[in-house]
Write a protein of this length. Structure first.
Length: 178
């Protein structure tokens, strides 16, 4: 077992776009393995490479039917809307009902270098959007409505007033101090 620490907001590595992978070699296979072990240990359903500080375009996920690896993902088309409660290992303890497109057409490569060209929706589509966002340097907090941002400020104030316990130090920086 080898895992890596998961970077959390406001670590700047999460806001930087990642770089396309040119050669899917043994090092990339090893990276995918470390990412999967880190994701399962967390536990989470998806993990992008920059969440462990690696600026490469690769994410892993498991929506309940086994591990998958996606390399150089591009979302070429979306349609519809779907609301789903979303959280993120890099923004621990918080969840929001987030509206995003429902259907997603994704192109990329798998770990064997085969072309991926798939259309998915609902939960599967949400994972693809969330993880592709990460690789483009976008965190889910950028997908919140103005109202949700206001609610989150209040929630964070409550968390600040509570005993420190295990709350994450950087959380109060989410939307800045008022
Ligand atoms: Zn995430």
């Amino acid at each position: 077992m080898s895992t890596m620490p998961i970077r959390t907001y406001p670590d700047p590595v999460l806001a930087q776009p990642t770089i396309e992978i040119q050669n899917i070699d043994a090092k990339i296979a090893q990276l995918a393995q470390v990412m999967l072990e880190t994701m399962y240990q967390a536990p989470g359903v998806g993990l992008a490479a920059n969440q462990i500080g690696i600026q490469k375009k690769i994410f892993v996920y498991d929506k309940g039917d086994g591990p998958s690896v996606v390399i150089n993902p591009v979302i070429v088309e979306t349609s519809g809307t779907w609301t789903y409660e979303e959280g993120c290992l890099s923004v621990p303890k918080l969840h929001w009902d987030i509206v995003r497109p429902n259907k997603v057409h994704l192109q990329g490569l798998d770990l064997d270098g085969n072309t991926l060209d798939v259309e998915v929706d609902e939960y599967h589509g949400r994972i693809f959007q969330h993880e592709t966002d990460h690789l483009n340097g976008v965190l889910l907090i950028e997908r919140l409505s103005e109202e949700q941002k206001e609610e989150t400020k209040k929630e964070l104030r409550r968390m600040r007033m509570a005993p420190p316990a295990t709350s994450h130090d950087g959380l109060h920086l989410l939307f800045g101090e008022e």
